[in-house]
Design a protein around this ligand. Sequence first.
Ligand code: BES
Ligand code: ZN
Ligand code: ZN
Length: 491
Amino acid sequence: MQIPSLSLVDTIDSSTGVLVVPVRGGETPALLSGDNLGLTPERLSALGVTGKAGSTQRILVAAGDAERPALLVGLGEERTLEALRRAAGAAARALKTEAGLVVLVDDASADELEALALGAALGAHAFDRYRSTPKDEEPTPAERTVALVGAGQEAQRAIERAQVLAEAVALARDLGNTPANDLVPEDVAQLAADVVAELPVEIDVWDEQRLLDEACGGLIGVGQGSANPPRLVHLEYAPEGAKRHIALVGKGITFDTGGISLKPAASMLGMKYDMSGAGSVIATVVAAARLGLPVRLSGYCCLAENMPSSTALKPDDVLVLRGGTSVEVTNTDAEGRLVLADGLVLASEAKPDLIIDIATLTGAQVVALGNRTTGVMGNDDAQTAAIVAAGERTGETMWAMPIPEELEERLESNVADLVNSKPGDRSAGMLFAAAFLERFVGEDADGAPIPWIHLDIAGPSENGGGAYGYTPKGATGVPVRTLVELLSQDA
Ligand code: BES
Ligand code: ZN
Ligand code: ZN
């Protein structure tokens, strides 16, 4: 994992590194540092400093009798937590040749310190495992340090929390970025075992034989075309005194070719990210355990590689999924919902208070909401609203979408209980997938549906454009921070 180490310092000296000072924009740009560092409004204006979000300027500022290097970074017009995270991230990216940086914001609250630290760490994160030559003289992200100016126990806790969150997001990003030739289902399972080894988390990995014995027809069916067999990873974090029991179910397709319903070449590019849901489940369980959150968490990663071959699933095939529901496969590229169905049934068997599934499920999500907004669907409006609100606080934007009842009849099959897609009809593809998944959400002890949230992260899991704020190119780690935020409410 390549991220800097974060620390709290009470004063700055020349050894701490380049000074980073956010500047609020507006008519008269203003430093967030009380000490104006010799920068009068006239000087700021002469330097062309606007405070525009994400803008950066390297300058020298007065420090006693000497001068020291500093970076002014634009915050935009409002001092929100997200603006601070993004400014710190932009600063960390602009200073990637520097080993040390120190962020100076006067009167920063603990939440603001956490935002600055997290933004800087995430902006500095890089996935450079495959570069044969290190960039000249450039420190690796792990060799870098980020110091925040502040004091007190609350501030210290905020920095520690930022470190845990940044490492969890970096883990999810690294998993997403790793190409499928180095990350088959068994590799994900092994990695999950490695990262929880020292934590109070139990792990159980089901191999192909066990999946057959346990009647997980979705995982078996989707995985049967690949030389790399499917796996189910079950993680269990059950602290004493847990207030709620939440199950997380992640789509973990380590590569999605589409199977026999093969994707065109251009659409296949990037399908290494199709395990991002499972990656976010692993990262969230790790973060929750490290933070000691008082919530019981059951994680289910549904791992398979979707390949075309003589043993692969075919259109028209019928699968019997865990729990006995039969599905006519009308498109082998709608594989995510098949493996998730097994996961949802398994999660339901444990009768948790809430099930959240996370999946790069549909191209229709990208069409509807774009690359930065997660689609949220489910069977419980209050739970949906709670996660959308958590996403607002973390800066991981989410938007609630309906599961219209008229889609129910479109799920009907001539030969089985359900179809997995509606061929030739691209309308409401994201919502149809949610309607399919809902059929696999079980009931609580009183016979009521278990509250369930479905997150379609097809777009937001990857940043295909340029880096911005604390988000680099490639895997983003969405929605790990929002999940941790939601779980933290029980603390
Ligand atoms: N993994 C894809 C969804 C996807 C598309 C993720 C683009 C990220 C970016 C999924 O398995 C898929 O192929 N879905 C199909 C479903 C269709 C066949 C009903 C889709 O969205 O086209
Ligand atoms: Zn697919
Ligand atoms: Zn897929």
